[in-house]
Design a protein around this ligand. Structure first.
Ligand code: PLP
Ligand code: COI
Length: 364
């Protein structure tokens, strides 16, 4: 049965952050700690479908201790950004792609799909309400976190009959604290992220919970991020804990691991593939072995490697570290093609270059 979309009820905030406090917070927001005044909540039940859509003051949730998500982790999320365009208006980047991926994740986690229009409209309403939180810093954005949890109070193991969809926002600067020109990554030998048939292609909290010990190992080794190899052979490079990877060769061609079920189908990844092809570059979506990566970096056949994602945008990888050995990529700093593709993407996102793909979705 096609359900009509519930109207978004707007509740006034009794005490939004005063200008001075907000301006202090957004002057150096970092990533993921400075939250805006409002949030969206939409409820689902098997009986009523999606209902009670509200844009209201941001605040804590009250959950029964037996709420299903707290026990079986039936949870999914998305991550996208709002940018300020040169004319001062706000825009989202490819929110339709996030809405589609959210529903792919929902299907994998046996959760109800949210109408794509409701996903996009509720985000736009929230950004419009909280646009004063846009941080005046280089590379600043409002990072948007839509998510859905299983909210039925029941301890039996089954898909919940009730869900809560929410959207929260935070003012964001750089994802990586170090501000280094290129990141160091750690090869996880003991832990894998995803196996065929598992949840690797879904954006569910459980994937990240399972990745934390490997990320902790990476941090302990002085690295910024962990890179996972495939679960079956421990040979093929898959992705980082929260980013996809690209490899650039001395003939100007590019390779990225195929999105065939065990990695997240990054929207930044897809955008960069299209932008690189538009530049006339050859882009292959093929498996790449860790031994080949080391050999190619050492022979000079591989000249650049970069990570990409909404939070990290395009970040050069400077060196790769493992138990046995380490290797440097190119000069260890940002490569030329990495910089070029990053600018192509960022210029479209911020409205300083034309958008022939229709990726920029204006809010106001
Ligand atoms: N891979 C993982 C595991 C991620 O968490 C993310 C971030 O969302 C990405 C890749 C990049 O995806 P996107 O470009 O859609 O942000
Ligand atoms: C994103 O880029 O949106 C993510 O979800 C990745 C996470 C590391 C913040």
């Amino acid at each position: 049965m096609e359900q009509s979309l519930p109207a978004l009820i707007r509740l006034d905030h009794p005490a939004p952050a005063p200008d001075e406090a907000r301006n202090g917070l957004i002057a150096d927001p970092g990533f993921g700690r400075v939250f805006t005044d409002h949030m969206v909540t939409i409820r689902y039940s098997d009986d009523l479908g999606w209902h009670s859509a509200t844009l209201g003051p941001r605040g804590p949730l009250s959950l029964d201790p037996a709420t299903a998500v707290l026990h079986y982790a039936q949870e999914i999320f998305e991550g996208l950004k709002a940018y300020r365009l040169t004319d001062g208006s706000m825009a989202l980047f490819r929110p339709d792609a996030n809405a589609r991926r959210f529903n792919q994740s929902a299907r994998r986690l046996a959760m109800p799909e949210l109408p794509e229009q409701l996903f996009i409209d509720s985000i736009k309403a929230l950004i419009d309400a909280d646009k004063a939180w846009f941080p005046p810093v280089e590379g600043g954005s409002i990072y948007i976190r839509p998510f859905m949890i299983a909210s039925e109070v029941f301890l039996g193991v089954k898909p919940s009959s009730e869900y809560l969809f929410m959207v929260i926002c935070s003012a964001a600067g750089n994802y990586f604290k170090s501000g280094a020109p290129a990141i160091k990554i750690w090869v996880s030998e003991n832990y894998t992220r995803a196996a065929p048939g598992g949840t690797g292609a879904a954006k569910c909290g459980g994937n990240y919970a399972a990745s934390l010990i490997a990320q902790q190992e990476a941090t302990g080794q002085g690295c910024d991020q962990v890179v996972f190899l495939d679960a079956a052979e421990h040979r093929w490079v898959e992705e980082l804990g929260g980013m996809n990877l690209f490899f650039v060769f001395d003939d100007g061609s590019i390779l990225t691991p195929p999105a065939d079920g065990t990695i997240l189908q990054g929207i930044t990844r897809d955008s960069l593939i299209q932008l690189a092809r538009a530049e006339g570059l050859t882009v292959r979506e093929e498996n790449y072995a860790i031994d080949q990566w080391r050999e190619d970096a050492q022979s000079g056949r591989l000249v650049e490697t970069f990570a990409c994602g909404t939070a990290a945008v395009v970040t050069p990888v400077g060196s790769v570290h493992g138990r046995e050995d380490s290797f440097t990529i190119g000069s260890g700093g940002p490569g030329q093609l990495t910089e070029k593709l990053r600018s192509r993407l960022v210029d479209i996102q911020r409205g300083t270059a034309p958008d022939p793909y229709g990726w920029v979705d204006r809010i106001n």
